[in-house]
Design a binder for this molecule. Sequence first.
Ligand code: ZN
Length: 108
Amino acid sequence: MKTCTVCGETKQVAEFYVKNGKIMASCKMCDRARVQLSQAKQRKRMGEEAYLAHRAEIVRISRLDPDVHDRTVLYSKARGRALELLRKLYPETFEKLLAEERTNVPQP
Ligand SMILES: [Zn+2]
């Protein structure tokens, strides 16, 4: 049994994901909620078209290149290609994102 640091519930070890041989501090339910929340935030920040293009690229690249296990590499590749795609398909959204990126002030 293990206690989740997020919800505080004590659960079976099977209710936790294992990362690099270590059991994660938060349970699967909390981890999924965290991922969904960050995706929702990202979606809102990037805008619908950009977000979907980005997700589509992640799926496409991970299919083409199954050796990309490093998520950081995968995500940055996907982001670059998604932005290229976005510039062609939705130039207005791209310009808007670009302008936002430039004026982006880190949140406190
Ligand atoms: Zn939890």
